[in-house]
Design a protein around this ligand. Structure first.
Ligand code: ZN
Length: 423
């Protein structure tokens, strides 16, 4: 039997983190109880060497760091907090033939639609509430099966198993209630938010599956859960930062939002969040301009985002010589177009680190006729240009509401982040 402790810890974190806002809030709580201090971008920072800190932006991106005494540069891990999902639109209630009430939704990120059918779904996110003269942000989670997107019976589309295309606007709306009077959704939302309806301002809400995570396979070698991409990397990196004990390199974990829509937001990997945070802390610590350049040049980043394992039923979609497999270790990702930042130098550095610490690794490259998805590293490099390597665990069903990965790979990622952030 495989040791599932690390993966079980990850799965229970994901279970209580149905949106990026919840993931960041739960990480804040773990960081606070580990003695990290919260900084506010809007206020002066009182930081010193030897201290551990974190700062959030938009409540959906977080940068946490320790400032080591003999710092020559930074060891940075980046990952993302968001996952593709259906987002509830404003004015959400839709009546179907006057008989049922559905919710109007739109697609966030590049999701696989079919696996959203016939699953109990709940709704979570954040709301803003008027509280006197203040506007207060609150996280909300209905935390119970509340909606479902019903499939069309095969009798009404005999060709369904030969392939079907879905309209996000007409085929994918979740059934939410019987015929109800308009405004019930807002009423229910105000109740979950703990406020009067007239004080409820705006919301960002996502559907999420209420399917519980599972360990499976003859030896429990696989696990399935929502949001494995990319909370598997994000959470193991944050845990490694909490346990880090380095000296020469100050460890940073930077988790961005909106990777699934191209990273181009104020809280995304293309934003100034990480470069401004680093500039700010180096200024406060009294580094001169040349020292800042030296420290940046001595830094190294691991851009951590999962990749595709060879699919046993679609083997020809995989590269012909680099065939990553779940449970064969950390996948180092290469792309000639530099969609992944890995170069021979950064890969050699990482390999050596993993060889020395007995961390299993393998290689990932896209099939040359099938362009893969984008990730964080090449985007954040436009703002913070330091040697970077792209890695991730090899998983199946990426961007399904229920993804699959290997239990031993959680261990491998965790071990890598532990040694890298403790340099
Ligand atoms: Zn990802």
């Amino acid at each position: 039997m495989n040791n599932i402790t690390t993966s079980a810890d990850l799965c229970s974190f994901i279970e209580k983190s149905p949106t990026q806002f919840h993931a960041v809030r739960n990480m804040e709580n773990e960081l606070l109880s580990a003695g990290f201090e919260k900084l506010d971008e809007k206020k002066r920072w009182n930081i010193r060497r030897g201290g551990s800190y974190f700062v959030t932006r938009n409540s959906s991106a977080i940068i946490a760091f320790r400032l080591n005494e003999n710092e020559e540069g930074f060891s940075i891990v980046s990952a993302h907090t968001d996952s593709p999902a259906f987002k509830v639109k404003t004015n959400p209630e839709v009546t179907a033939s006057g008989l049922y009430t559905e919710l109007n939704t739109e697609v966030y990120g590049g999701l696989l639609m079919a696996p959203w059918f016939d699953r109990p779904l709940s709704i979570a996110g954040r709301v803003f509430v008027k509280n006197g003269d203040e506007i207060e942000e609150r996280l909300v989670d209905f935390n119970r099966p509340l909606a479902l997107i019903p499939n069309l019976a095969i009798h009404m589309n005999r060709k369904v198993n030969e392939g079907v295309s879905y309209s996000a606007q007409s085929d994918m709306l979740p059934l939410f209630a019987e015929r109800i009077e308009k405004g019930r959704f807002r009423k229910a939302l105000a109740e979950v938010a703990g406020c009067d309806e007239e004080n409820l301002l705006e919301y960002e809400l996502y559907l999420y599956p209420k399917t519980p995570y599972a360990f499976w396979g003859l030896d429990n070698e696989f696990f399935s859960s929502p949001k494995i991409d990319d909370l598997m990397c994000a959470y193991t990196a944050m845990k490694a930062l909490i346990n880090s004990k380095g000296d020469k390199y100050s460890p940073i974990v930077a988790l961005f939002d909106n990777e699934e829509t191209g990273s181009g937001t104020k809280q995304g990997a293309l934003s100034d969040f990480l470069p401004e945070t680093m500039k700010r802390l180096l200024n406060i610590l009294g580094c001169d301009e040349e020292e800042k350049i030296m420290k940046k040049a001595s830094s190294f980043m691991i851009s951590a985002d999962n990749c595709h394992a060879l699919h046993p039923n679609y083997q020809n979609k995989c590269d012909i010589t680099n065939k990553p497999r779940m449970n064969d270790g950390v996948a180092i990702k290469f792309s000639a177009a530099q969609k992944y930042t890995t170069d021979a130098g950064s890969a050699s550095f990482l390999r050596t680190l993993m060889d020395r610490n007995n961390i299993p690794y393998q290689y990932f490259a896209n099939h040359s006729d099938i362009p893969g998805g984008s990730t964080l590293g090449n985007l954040s490099a436009q703002k913070l240009s330091i040697p970077t390597v792209d890695i991730g665990a090899a998983q199946l069903s990426m961007h399904s509401p229920y993804e699959t990965a290997g239990t031993r790979d959680t261990e491998a990622l965790s071990k890598l982040f532990n040694v890298f952030l403790s340099r």
